[in-house]
Design a protein around this ligand. Structure first.
Ligand SMILES: [Zn+2]
Length: 255
């Protein structure tokens, strides 16, 4: 059993390290492939990580609906693992705002963002990200551009044949892509502010639809093209267009 303080301090440690080393605030790593039916959990050192990925994919694809109960016993039976890695995974999801823990009730999937909150999140992004893209276009190095291009490439192939896994990988990789741009732009406070909103996790959970991912790939390509030309105005415009279209793709979720 891992003490709560240990988890908190290791989270604080990794956050601190991330800021200093310009590492992504949002982690990108291979997902456990939940397959079409029973999630496959490979036993190993990072069991909690794999349980985390499996539950994350189910949350993103709305297999666990917003507000849906998540009982540790049921997850333990489904994945055939002990309660410890499950509690650890749920603790991490709670930190990301995807799961809420209620005293005497237990865990449930976070409620869907409201239309009001959605509008606010996109207003915040539109204030910060186009400007950050302008700055990033000027500051962009060949190495950073290559990293971003690779991140965009990973997205187009993310997750294998299972659509749920692909969708949840895309949600995470999109968060990483935008975080990397903010890192290049160089304002850590803006970067932390957006990372702490877990915007991408919440917006991707609004709708499980391939259009959400496919159209975004072309828009990311336009942003990358502007970066490769070191064109701040075009980078800012391309980012603004991407965020506005993303908002418009997801708005029908509230109808
Ligand atoms: Zn994006």
């Amino acid at each position: 059993m891992i003490a709560a303080e240990d988890r908190a301090s290791s989270r604080a440690l990794s956050r601190d390290k991330a800021v200093r080393s310009q590492k992504p605030l949002i982690r990108s790593h291979p997902a456990a492939d939940p397959g079409e039916g029973v999630p496959v959990i490979h036993r190993g050192a990072s069991l909690a990580e794999e349980v985390y990925e499996a539950i994350f994919a189910q949350l993103m694809a709305l297999k666990i609906p917003p507000g849906g109960r998540i009982t540790v016993d049921a997850v333990a039976r489904e994945f055939n693992v002990s309660q410890t890695p499950i509690r650890e995974a749920l603790g991490r999801l709670e930190g990301e705002g995807l799961v809420v823990k209620t005293h005497l009730v237990g865990y449930s999937a976070a409620p869907q963002v409201s239309r009001q909150r959605f509008t606010e999140l996109y207003q915040l992004r539109l204030l910060l990200e186009p400007d950050a893209a302008c700055k990033a276009a000027t500051a962009m190095t060949d190495a950073a551009l290559q990293e971003l291009t690779e991140a965009a490439g990973v997205m187009s192939h993310a997750g294998g044949p299972d659509e749920r896994a692909r969708y949840s990988r895309f949600a995470r990789e999109d968060a990483v892509f935008h975080d990397k741009i903010l890192a290049v732009a160089g304002n850590e406070l803006i970067r932390e502010t957006l990372a702490h909103q877990h915007t991408h996790f919440h917006i991707f959970r609004l709708m499980f639809h391939s259009r959400v991912t496919e159209e975004a790939l072309d828009e990311h390509a336009a942003i990358l093209a502007a970066f490769s030309r070191h064109d701040p105005d075009e980078a800012g415009r391309a980012m603004r267009t991407h965020i506005e279209r993303s908002r418009d793709r997801l708005l029908p979720a509230f109808d």
